[in-house]
Design a protein around this ligand. Structure first.
Ligand code: NAD
Ligand code: UDP
Length: 316
């Protein structure tokens, strides 16, 4: 393996920090760019001082002047609570920020892996979702700053590829969980674990029968790197775990794994909350020879251990 200069935007976030770890382990030079909106220095604190790691505070909505062979573009708040905090900024990150990243890649001749999302499918009318499904997105709803921003970002990637021959790789990520997910970001796995560890009732929105498919972070990062380093497929390629669970089942699993005495309580379903979500990962299996290896119970155990340790240290 030849060491490369690799830029990770959003590298201090949940997924980005795990990616930086893996790239450093493999011997690459890693530049992590982040504005710390939803990520934190704590996620990469163990890498600071490493001779091949550099942390840069920068907002990708402004142009960047960095040299890189490969770019993983992860910068964008990912949880509904975070991306709805400042919706216009969220759109700017996925549009203006994306143009800046693609412009940088064009200047350097770098390959870009862009992290899109299952949210481009909106509230899907076909199930499970395949990459050729165009989606059912409300363009003016509360999620649109994220969904539509990500749809524009995919379009920008494809147009830079077609117009300038830029090498792009697009992954559509389905719900992912694991250590370093922000404890208060409102996503279901971190909410449930924090509630279970605090002995509070787990909050099920709606009737709790809506489904998601949860992929453990280590499996996802493996897929990112396979996607970046193959020469056949531009994507988009779905990356996620095809095992579908209702939120009720997830709540039961979290209570079991954490050994908590918590019960459950019901709250209203947020507007535009998709009823079902499950990836078809045939393309990832075929092109990347990839499928998730970690089952929900094992992954939840790692996540519970992480939050429990931080609580014991008094950080949460
Ligand atoms: P995260 O919020 O933990 O990480 C995003 C990082 O980007 C944060 O560190 C944040 O501070 C940074 N950031 C945001 N706006 C920025 C900007 N304008 N300039 C520079 N940095 C900026 O979220 P995550 O779960 O690690 O998600 C990473 C990427 O993967 C996102 O693009 C997200 O849309 C995508 N994704 C994640 C999931 C998931 O389940 N985690 C699912 C689908 C897609
Ligand atoms: N959810 C829930 N309780 C919570 C947080 C979320 O029941 O405390 C539900 C939410 O309504 C959605 C699912 O869990 O149906 C996944 O929500 P999340 O925000 O994690 O991801 P997304 O909706 O973006 O897939």
């Amino acid at each position: 393996m030849i060491p490369k200069n690799i830029l990770v935007t959003g590298g201090a976030g949940f997924l980005g920090s795990h990616l930086c770890d893996r790239l450093i382990e493999q011997g690459h030079e890693v530049i992590c760019v982040d504005n710390f909106f939803s990520g934190s220095k704590r996620n990469v604190a163990h890498l600071i001082g490493h001779p091949r790691f550099e942390l840069v505070r920068h907002d990708i909505v402004r142009p960047l002047f960095i040299e890189a062979d490969q770019i993983y573009n992860l910068a964008c708040p990912a949880s509904p609570k975070a991306y709805q905090h400042n919706p216009i900024k969220t759109i700017k990150t996925s549009t203006v920020g994306m143009v800046n990243v693609l412009g940088l890649a064009k200047r350097c001749g770098a390959r870009v892996l862009h992290t899109s999302t299952s949210e481009v499918y909106g509230d899907p009318e076909i199930h499970p979702q395949t990459e050729d499904y165009w989606g059912n997105v409300n363009p003016i709803g509360p999620r649109s700053c994220y969904d539509e921003g990500k749809r524009v970002a995919e379009s920008l990637c494809m147009n830079y590829h077609l117009a300038h021959g830029l090498e792009v790789r697009i992954v559509r990520i389905f719900n992912t969980y694991g250590p370093r997910m922000h404890p208060d970001d409102g996503r279901v796995v971190s909410n449930f674990i924090m509630q279970a560890l605090r002995g509070e009732d787990l909050t099920l929105y709606g009737d709790g029968d809506q489904t998601r498919s949860f992929c453990y972070v280590a499996d996802l990062i493996d897929a990112f790197m396979r996607m970046m380093n193959q020469d056949e497929e531009t994507g988009p390629v779905n990356i996620g775990n095809p095992t579908e669970n209702t939120m009720k089942e997830l709540a039961e699993a979290v209570i079991k794994v954490s050994g908590s005495n918590s019960g459950t309580t019901y709250l209203p379903l947020p507007e535009d909350d998709p009823k079902q979500r499950c990836p078809n990962i045939d393309m990832a299996k075929r092109v990347l020879d990839w499928q998730p290896k970690t089952n929900l119970e094992t992954g939840l155990k790692h996540a519970v251990d992480y939050y429990r340790e931080r609580m014991q240290k008094g950080e949460l």
